[in-house]
Design a protein around this ligand. Structure first.
Ligand SMILES: [Zn+2]
Length: 229
């Protein structure tokens, strides 16, 4: 299946979900037995937020074995998420990766509101901080309510950037067109997924042949530092 085919199937499933006409496919005992005996062959990898209002399979009206899903607060990509995506490419050969943000995201709001946090939660929120700062810098007159959706969108692009610049393996797969990475944002109330397409700077990322991981850490993230050292 090509990435266009997969994208179309995800869009069709989301249309059913939005229209309250979901068919809840491939959840029967037959499907379970088939998957156990033949193994998995998911059509896409999805990085989404852990928020309970973002149930990925339901949103796309998909069943067991359809989606290889990573859920983490703020749909960020640290080393373990990047490693999971690498697995989905090398072992499962998925043709499409979707980074799915959503409105009213608590992790993004925590970054925008600079809420007090400590420990690992602080590290997680700090991954989003550079995006928040960048959007604030670009649009100094935005209210909080206007700022949050923009940070949500840019945070999706940051995750795509982290996947490409943080993994030579993923970058190579994108370069060879074995996989496409697209951004999307889920609207909780309507259930609708808005597609954002490729990262606007994807070409620039791909031109840099071998990006050291440090480059990315310096720019964006403090989460990886512990793992790298
Ligand atoms: Zn969220």
């Amino acid at each position: 299946m090509t990435h266009q085919d997969v994208l179309r199937r995800l869009q069709e499933g989301n249309r059913r979900f939005v229209a309250d006409s979901a068919i809840y496919p491939r959840l029967t005992s037959d499907r379970r037995e088939e998957l156990r005996s033949q193994g998995q062959d998911p059509i896409a990898t999805v990085i989404a937020c852990s928020d309970s209002r973002v149930p990925v399979e339901h949103i796309f009206d998909k069943g067991m074995g359809d989606l290889f899903t990573i859920r983490v607060a703020g749909n960020i990509a640290g080393s373990t998420q990047i490693g999971t995506v690498e697995f989905s490419l090398s072992a499962l050969g998925v043709p499409l990766i979707v980074v799915l943000g959503h409105d009213d995201c608590g992790a993004v709001k925590a970054s925008v509101d600079e809420v007090e946090a400590s420990g690992h939660l602080l590290r997680l929120i700090r991954v989003i901080h550079p995006v928040t700062e960048m959007v604030r810098h670009e649009y100094p007159n935005l209210s909080r309510e206007e700022l949050i959706p923009r940070v949500i969108n840019e945070n999706v692009f940051l995750t795509i950037e982290s996947l490409i610049t943080g993994s030579n393996m993923i970058a190579e797969a994108v370069r060879k067109k074995k996989v496409r990475i697209v951004g999307a944002v889920f609207d909780i109330a309507s259930g609708k997924v808005t597609w954002m397409g490729d990262h606007p700077d994807q070409r620039a990322f791909l031109k840099q042949k071998k990006l050291p991981l440090r480059y990315r850490i310096g720019r964006h993230s403090s989460v990886e530092e512990d793992i790298v050292e």
